[in-house]
Write a protein of this length. Sequence first.
Length: 71
Amino acid sequence: MRASLRSRMIEVCDSKIAYKGDNVGLSFYAFFANKNSDPELLMEAATWWIKTHQLDHFEKAVKIKKMVEDM
């Protein structure tokens, strides 16, 4: 996964956790302002989320943040 996507994922997770608490869930779409602005990056996130880790559509932000930080 490219560094810019990792940074964006951590940033979004931090923001969601700060706003809604540790129990907040999100999908990989949360990392994109416009889902069609960068199809390659969207597919990279989707592949990591769905194919590589077989995550549910919604996962806890704290879980995703830890997974990305541990990469």
